[in-house]
Design a protein around this ligand. Structure first.
Ligand code: PHE
Length: 341
């Protein structure tokens, strides 16, 4: 029996396990149910006590050795396979291109507008989308019960009980004009700033109005600012945005916070429809007083431009809702303009 174990050790040590076949025949010969170790252990059971002592340990050690040799050979064969596979990959091939995002047309137009106004010396400010009544209405010269509040159907976040005192109301801002108030409270004139942002109105959705849209507010306050400065700024903007051929018209209008007030329409050719793109005017003295700016010393103009309308005209959208549906067929058309590279 001892001799058998020694012979087996010799064979196992000599075995070369360099292929799947060699590995499998090793397993069958030694480790399987009908293999050599099974029969050696059978034989071992039948030995008389003293011989058992002599053979038991070497037999066990040999079995563990055989199992380890098998496991190691198997592992290195598998590793070898992987090495071979990766050696056939060409690591210099370019990777598959993955789809890149693009900037939304509204973002593109907002960026472009911001750039244009910065070239004209404007700074950029912003304010919160949830506003209190004071900033959204009262400081802008909307009296508590004034029908002008109905111009801007409002989403209320919190509504106070008393109709004659609205100071507890919190609203989703209906325009970016409240940022004018915040800015004038923070910064003394001279001021020349734009304030881009999202606004919300509880309006019926149609092809040209949505319950959410974006505006660029503008405010200039200094000594001797006039209506001519306002109109010159607006016309310069329109030409920079659309080109010199753009047609424009200025109509008189009404806002509680400007006096006089105007609106401006543009069209890209004389047979196209007019599109209203902004409201504007000279800052009402009451608004200057609400933020402690002396209207006898300072005057100013303000405007609020609709980014959505300006974007529709620039890229030829006929329905504002297209801008909010995030249809990839629309968005991917802007990859060459606003692709993230
Ligand atoms: N806030 C006005 C609106 O949303 C636009 C506006 C801004 C008009 C500034 C005059 C001055 O319609």
């Amino acid at each position: 029996m001892k001799q058998k174990v020694d012979d087996a050790r010799q064979q196992i040590e000599d075995a070369v396990l360099d292929s799947e076949e060699a590995l499998e025949s090793f397993r069958l010969t030694y480790l399987s149910r009908n293999g050599l170790f099974s029969s050696l252990f059978e034989e071992f059971k039948a030995l008389p006590g003293p011989e058992k002592k002599e053979v038991g340990k070497p037999l066990n050690v040999l079995k563990v050795f055989a199992e380890q040799k098998f496991a190691q050979a198997k592992e290195s064969l598998e590793e070898g396979k992987e090495t071979i596979r990766s050696a056939t990959d060409d690591v210099t091939l370019p990777v598959e291109p993955s789809a890149l995002g693009s900037m939304h047309p509204l973002t593109l137009v907002r960026h472009e507008m911001t750039q244009l106004f910065m070239r004209m010396g404007f700074t950029v400010a912003d304010g919160p989308e949830i506003e209190d009544d004071f900033h959204n209405f009262t400081a802008l010269n909307f009296p508590a019960d004034h029908p002008a509040r109905d111009m801007q159907d409002t989403f209320f976040v919190r509504k106070g009980d008393r109709a004659e005192d609205r100071s507890d109301d919190l609203v989703l801002r209906t325009h970016t004009s409240p940022v004018q108030i915040r800015l004038m409270k923070e910064q003394k004139p001279p001021i020349r700033a734009i304030m881009p942002g999202r606004v919300f109105r509880n309006e019926a959705v149609t092809y040209k109005s949505y319950f959410q849209f974006s505006q660029v507010e503008g405010l200039v306050v200094d000594t001797s600012i006039t209506m001519a400065d306002l109109i010159h700024t607006l016309v310069t903007f329109a030409k920079m945005m659309y080109g010199d051929h753009i047609e424009y018209r200025v109509r008189s209008s009404y806002f509680p916070f400007t006096e006089p007030s105007i609106e401006m329409d543009v069209r890209t050719s004389s047979d196209a429809d007019w599109m209203e793109i902004l409201g504007a005017g000279m800052v009402d003295p009451n608004v200057l007083r609400a933020v402690d700016v002396d209207p006898d010393v300072y005057s100013g103009f303000a405007f609020g431009m609709g980014i959505d309308r300006i974007c529709m005209l620039k890229y030829g959208f006929s329905d504002i809702r297209t801008l909010y549906e995030n249809d990839l067929r629309m968005l991917s058309q802007f990859e060459h303009i606003g692709g993230v590279r």
